[in-house]
Structures are given as C-alpha cells and as structure tokens.
Design a protein around this ligand. Structure first.
Ligand code: GAL
Length: 712
C-alpha cells in the first residue's frame, strides 16, 4: 500500500498519507479476516452444537428456571431469545423494560447455556404503528397491512429505521459484552412472507431513488427498458411506479420487473445490514451476527447479505407440501431439502448454521402429519453432515395460547414431559458426546470426493427473469436445478452452490442450469475453465439474453454457440397433455417442459435426439471436447430427471470419475472425517461401505428415517 504514495510529495504530506494508508490497510485486513474467517467463532472439535428456542415473555416467570434447568439437563448448549419481544422490551414509547431479559440471560448463564439474542424488528409494537401508520407495508391490492401478525413494517421506512436504531443500540450496549450472549440474529426470516412485496409510498420513493442511482438519466432508463414500445417513455424518475400486476391491464415491462426484484432484494439486505452495523458498533468481536433465511424464498437474496459473519437457514420438511419419496415420504420430506440448503448457504461465507429445525408436527402446513419415528434425528445429522456449526430446534415449549398452537416443542403441552421429537434431540445430543471423542482434527478429504466435487452456478437474476417470463406454465426453475442436484447426490458427489465470485477451477464439474442472463466475459471464463480441464454442463435457456435481459442482436443464444459446438438453437414447448420423446442410447425419455432444438457443428457429438414432432432427428443434447476439458449442453428439461441423470453420469464416466448409483431417497455424505448414510425413502436400504468401515452410530441396514455414521 504505502508504495503507491507519490515520491514527489513533501515529507510531511507523505508521512500523513502513509499513516492513513496503513490504518486503511489494517481496517481492510481486519474486516476481511472477520468476513472470511467465520470458522473462528466455532471449535471444530464441537462438531455441531445443539440449541432450542425459548420465549420467556410467553411464560409465567415462575416457569423460567424450571424450563431452563430442564433444557440444560437434557443437554442443550444454547437457547434463543427475543426476536418477537419488542412490546415486552418497550411497552410504551421510550419506557424500556430489559429486566426480564436480564433475568432470562442470567438464568441461561446459571445453567451454562449460551444465548442467541435477536433484534425484535419483525414485530413493531402496536403503539408504534398506531403513532406512525406510514411505517406499515402496503400489499399489491393497495391494502395497508395492519398490526396483528408480524413482518408488517416496510423495509424502506426512514421513520422505522429511527426506531430500529434506538432499540438495537440499547440491546447492543446492554448485552454486547455479556459473556453468555454467543451471537446475534437480526430480525426473523426477513421476507414479508406471502405478502412478498411492499408497495407503500416509502417503497415507491426508495425504488425511484434506486433507479436514479442506477441509471443516472431517465433517457438511459428508457433505453434499457425499451420504453419507446407501448409509449412507456418516462419524463422523470418520479413518474415510475413499482410494477404491480394489480394496477395494470397487461403485463408490466419485463425490465422494470427485473429491476424491481433487484431493488427489493437490495432493500431486504440493507434492512438487515444496517442492523448489523449498529450491533457491530457496540458488541465485542467474539459475538457473531447473522440472520435466519428461508431457503428458496426468491424475493430475498442471501448473497446480498454476505457482509454478515455467516448465514443461517430455517427448515420445515413434514408440512404436507413436500411429499418426499414413496408412500411414507410425507413424514420425512425430500432427501434434497436439507442437503440443497446446506450446499447453498455454506459456500456464501464458508460457514453456516441452521437456526430453526422442525421439532415434529407443526401447525401451518397443508396438512400437519406426524414425523416418522427417527426423522428429527435424521434431519439433525443431515444438518451436521452439511458442515453446519449448530442446529437450533424450533421450539422448547409447545404454545398453549396465541399463535402457533398445535406446534410441537421439545416438551409436551404440560411443560414437564419430553415429547417424541424431544427424545430424538436428546438422543443426538448424547451421541454427539461420543462422536466428539472420536473426532480427529485434520483428516484429509477422501480423494474420490475431491474427484467428484461439483458446483452449481447460481445468480438470482436468472431466476427472477424466468419467473417473470417462464414461456411455459410448466417451467419451474427450482425443479430444474433440483434435477441436476439430485443426480449429483445420487452419484455421491459433494456439491457447492456458488455464484460468479468463486473460482471455477476448484471444481472438476461445473453446472450452470438455465443460466439465461450472461455476458461475454462469463462465457470467456467458462471457456478457460474447460480448456484447463474442467467439465462444464450448460442447460436449456442459457445465454439467451444479456445482463439487462435484452435478447442479443445476433442469432438466438449466439454468445454460447461456439462454446457448446452448435450453429443455431430454437426452443419448443409442449402442452401438459402431450409428452415429447428424446432418445439417448437405447432409452427413450419423456419431456414437455422445455426443448431446445440444436443444430450441431461438425465435430460435436450428439448424445440425444428428439424422436418425434416435426424436428424428429434433431439434437437435444450436445457434447464436445475442448482443450483438456469438456462442454455438454442439455437442451431438454424432463419431469423425472432421468435424462439429466444419464447425461451427467456419462460426463463423469467420460472424465474417468467413478460414481455411486444411490436409489431415490438414499444419501451418502461426508464431513470432517465422518461418513453419513441417510434413508429418506419408504423402503429399507443396505448402505454399501468398504470392509474397513468402522460403524460409529446405527447400522448399515437402514430402515426409513434411519442414519448410519461411519469412519474409513
Ligand atoms: C418459522 C418462523 C418461526 C415460527 C416457525 C413455526 O418459519 O421463523 O418464527 O413461526 O416458522 O414453524
């Protein structure tokens, strides 16, 4: 750094500038190591720590000590307080009551339980919204969302920010040096849930300012949005409203929708990160700061919250929506639900945690089944196998009144007996004590896993753009990605979901599913990756548009054509009542979601072709070698993922990387010296393992919802 100082400067000026640079460099290093090294908050030998939610404000004070002692007796290592407690902390404006929280924290300390403390910002008190109704969010119908549930405040309200600043500052000052407070959670699942987007005046103004900042001039915006068509041209930024289908006759301008989704995700991140900045002013460096996000909630972008120490997610699987695998799958959920969340959140900061895990039956599902015995334990080990540093059960006690009646807890409704899922938690807590004893630091990752290491490339822009312009009612981005993820997991491959800031060369296999928006720089990076030996898999829709979602003034998908070895592509979509056919080898596959019809260049191998429709005989899957690596383009999206599985298998085999062929619902994972086998299927499965394997937990014959853990 100091080398950059100009030598022509007078000595005094140079000296001052040197000092400034040195301080700046120190700050950058300091912040950099904070952001990058989230491992420092945890001891590897603890493997995974286990906690449970508690709401002191919801129970008579006479219960607290009994409950917290019980928590400690059962072996929980941390608890979680306060994310909804604003009206108890500040019952009237400026009249604070922290004594109850002091007592609850002190009780945790007495029983040697750490506390995750939260900012209460999803629940502004009634006095606040009564005094300032303008802080409330407004839904697409123009209805102001009122006090009575949660997450009803606008992320864009400056008035609300002022109140947040006060309460968060007081909490940070009071508990920021408290030894019992382990870390902080900001807000709770920031998302606005089903109301999704905020159309309030605050949001309108913030959106306009965001656009002004991005485009600088209204002419540029008009050009990028293609506003000359349909006379959509704006004279100034103030005329622009948030695109809202409820107030328009036809579909809004697609670029305005994409920009609005970017803005909304920026607002969510700003709302979280401004609280992080307040906390960081007062809390000690050893306390971490995170938030808890819902995997797959598309309106909020975890990547924009990278400045948190690390991220955590919340997970509910047996809720009637996720029917899992086979007849009993609804009691366990899909084998890929926890896995994908692990592999999505962990690469963001290198460390992740699970802030909420379903404790058994819940109250809000489509229907609320009992979990298959063993399921909660299996989920917990799946969380651990994904490298999470902790898992927190939602919640210790089943509520008797207020929201969330019927929601299981660790304790039964009497508050003193342990529930069935509570027993499963206790079992894991005790088994963990044994596993910690046999943990060996520094165990090298088995070479077969390094060979299979795969990445899925993700950018929320692609998802937002395709949500807006799916082109078929059968297009489903999440399901599309999941077909590739599922195939990789059936091979026993470790997977990271990464964004473009990552180094692709760390992965022998890189899949960019439906990567619709890109630029030539990314295509050049892909090319270099392949030339150096990487195996790149691109799928349908990739490269149709530039980053602002303009089609290229070139042949359709032109920027990727040379890379994939094709001269032209068009796509076809079928009705739900018709299945098209694609043949690969001797096997025929059904499709109707998406079909790219590809004209190959000479030298490219056609791996699969359409066998019906007017383009019968044309290519559906293309493969080529380039430099030391390979490029494969999969133009078809099926429902059952069999074709996708077959293609990926051929890519792995071609690269001489052996794979497993695990049946549906069965998983093998590895983390830090331990191998894990999980059975989410409805059938018994015998887990293959080498003769040298030493089983530590369970048995290699796995019934539904069972786990086996071994070392090799
Ligand atoms: C979560 C939420 C919790 C609680 C839980 C009930 O999504 O973050 O506060 O409501 O659901 O299952």
């Amino acid at each position: 750094m100091p080398k950059q100082v100009s030598f022509s400067m007078p000595f005094k000026g140079r000296f001052v500038k040197n000092i400034v640079f040195a301080i700046a460099a120190l700050i950058v290093c300091f912040q950099g190591s904070f952001a990058q090294n989230a491992e420092r908050f945890f001891e590897k030998k603890d493997l995974m720590q286990v906690g449970t939610y508690y709401y002191p404000e919801q129970w008579p004070e006479s219960n607290w000590e009994r409950d917290i002692k019980k928590m400690a007796d059962l072996g929980f290592e941390f608890t979680h307080y306060g994310e909804f407690a604003w009206s108890t902390l500040e019952p009237e404006e400026g009249k604070y009551n922290f004594e109850w929280l002091d007592k609850a924290v002190a009780l945790a300390a007495k029983y040697k339980i750490k506390v995750v403390l939260c900012t209460p910002t999803p629940t502004p008190p009634a006095w606040l919204t009564q005094k300032h109704p303008d802080i409330l969010m407004v839904n697409a119908e123009g209805r102001t969302i009122k006090h009575g549930a949660r997450q009803h405040a606008s992320w864009s309200s400056k008035t609300y920010e002022g109140y947040i600043d006060k309460i968060v500052t007081l909490l940070a000052k009071r508990y920021g040096n408290n030894e019992t407070v382990w870390g902080w959670q900001i807000d709770n699942e920031p998302s606005h849930y089903g109301a999704s987007f905020d159309y309030s005046e605050n949001a309108q103004q913030a959106y306009s300012a965001w656009l002004k900042n991005k485009y600088k001039s209204i002419d540029t915006l008009n050009k990028v949005w293609g506003n000359a068509f349909w006379s959509q041209t704006y004279n100034n930024f103030e005329q622009i409203r948030i695109p809202n289908a409820k107030e328009l006759v036809q579909q809004a301008n697609p670029h305005s929708i994409l920009d609005f989704k970017r803005f909304n995700a920026d607002e969510a991140a700003r709302f979280v990160l401004l609280q992080k900045d307040i906390l960081r002013k007062y809390i000690k460096p050893s306390q971490w700061v995170t938030t808890n996000l819902m995997p797959h909630h598309s309106a909020v972008d975890p990547l924009r919250m990278k400045a948190l120490d690390f991220q955590t997610y919340t997970k509910y699987l047996a809720e009637g929506y996720d029917l899992g695998h086979g007849e009993q799958g609804f009691r366990m959920g899909s084998a890929h639900s926890i896995g994908y969340s692990n592999d999505f959140f962990r690469p963001i900061n290198g460390v992740s945690g699970v802030m909420e895990l379903q404790p058994g039956q819940v109250n809000w599902g489509l229907f609320n089944p009992q979990t298959m015995p063993g399921t909660v334990r299996m989920w917990m080990y799946h969380v651990m196998a994904g490298g999470n540093k902790f898992v927190c059960n939602y919640r210790f006690r089943q509520p008797l009144s207020g929201g969330e009646q019927y929601h299981y807890g660790i304790m039964k409704t009497d508050g003193i007996s342990v529930s069935r899922s509570g027993d499963e938690y206790v079992k894991v807590i005790n088994e963990l004590k044994q596993l910690r004893k046999v943990y060996q630091a520094g165990t090298a990752t088995p070479s077969i896993l390094a060979k299979r290491k795969s990445a899925i490339l993700y950018n929320p822009d692609n998802r937002w753009e395709m949500e807006n312009q799916p082109q078929s009612n059968q297009w489903d981005y999440v399901a599309h990605v999941n077909r590739y993820y599922k195939a990789l997991k059936s091979f026993g491959a470790p997977v990271d979901v990464i964004d473009e800031s990552h180094d692709f060369s760390a992965y022998p296999f890189l899949i960019a599913p439906a990567y619709q928006l890109l630029d030539r720089n990314l295509v050049a990076r892909w090319k270099t990756y392949v030339e150096n030996g990487g195996n790149l898999v691109l799928t349908c829709r990739t490269g149709q548009k530039d980053r602002e979602a303009h089609l290229w003034e070139e042949l359709f998908q032109n920027p990727i054509l040379e890379l994939i070895g094709a001269s032209e592509i068009y796509f076809d979509l079928l009705p739900a009542t018709l299945m098209g056919k694609v043949k690969m080898g001797e096997i025929s596959y059904n499709w109707n979601n998406w079909g790219d019809v590809i004209q190959p260049n000479s030298g490219s191998s056609v791996w699969a072709s359409y066998t019906d429709q007017f383009y019968k005989g044309k290519a559906a899957v293309l493969h080529r070698k380039l430099g030391k690596g390979t490029v494969t383009y999969v133009g078809t999206d099926t429902d059952d993922g069999q074709l996708e599985n077959k293609v990926l298998k051929k890519v792995f085999t071609g690269a001489n990387v052996p794979t497993l062929s695990l049946p549906e619902g069965v998983l093998v994972e590895y983390n830090d010296g331990f191998w894990y086998g999980f059975n989410y299927s409805s059938k018994t499965h015998v887990m293959p393992m080498p003769a040298i394997a030493k089983v530590l937990i369970g048995d290699k014959t796995l019934k539904s919802a069972e786990v086996v853990i071994w070392k090799e």
